[in-house]
Write a protein that binds this ligand. Sequence first.
Ligand code: DGL
Length: 260
Amino acid sequence: MNGNQNRVPKIGVMDSGMGGLSVLKELLELPYSADFLYYGDLAHAPYGEKKTFEVLELTRNVCNFLLKEEVDAILLACNTATSASASKLREELSVPVFGMEPAIKPALLAHPGEKIALLATSVTHREEKLQELKSELDASERVVHLNCDGLASLVDAGKSQEAKLLLKNILEIPKQQGIKALVLGCTHYVFLKNEIKELYPEAILHDGNQGTVRHLVRSLHLEEKPGHPTHTLYFSSETNGEKTASFAHKLLTFGFAEPT
Ligand code: DGL
């Protein structure tokens, strides 16, 4: 990391919208001093239904914004952005770039001999990064791909009932096939854990958030900086910024469902 060792590291965290807040939430619970700058690109969401080169371009623009804010590292808290751009941006950018990986490996290990189902965006499902991971793990026959188009947008819009209805359809396949291990391969879906458990109580959920957080902490030596994290949120959509900010605050504090 640049400069003075005592300075609080500034870490950019990006997503297409609200999903990356599920990762930021975990980062903010850590006892380390770090200054997190979150950027949700709501004006261009969802990323997951776009062409790969468009996602690369959008992600690069967000990273350039974060670099102007002088971040020391960037976390692509978005599986879609990671699939479409992480390897390219690691070559291009002057700071370390971290990304997400669907928790396929832990899910396969926890359910030996069983099939697992991956909930992810179209970009993540089709990109090379996932194909490589599956072949590395020799898991091509064991991963069932579930198309979740539309789901991330419902999370961004705070539409929990509609998200639940769409999920009901998506979960028909694993239910019918008796697949219990579900991998949440999109950071938005981590906010839907309660809804998924209500619809499919036998499901066992796996996500990549903790693995990513551990990797980032270790790589940036955050353990050497005890203290409290701070954060600032930016969103690219200007439409009703106040409503966006208060929804983001609710997600960071309570999660997606209304507190009862
Ligand atoms: N949060 C993003 C992910 O982890 C994608 C949502 C979108 O389609 O924009 O894949």
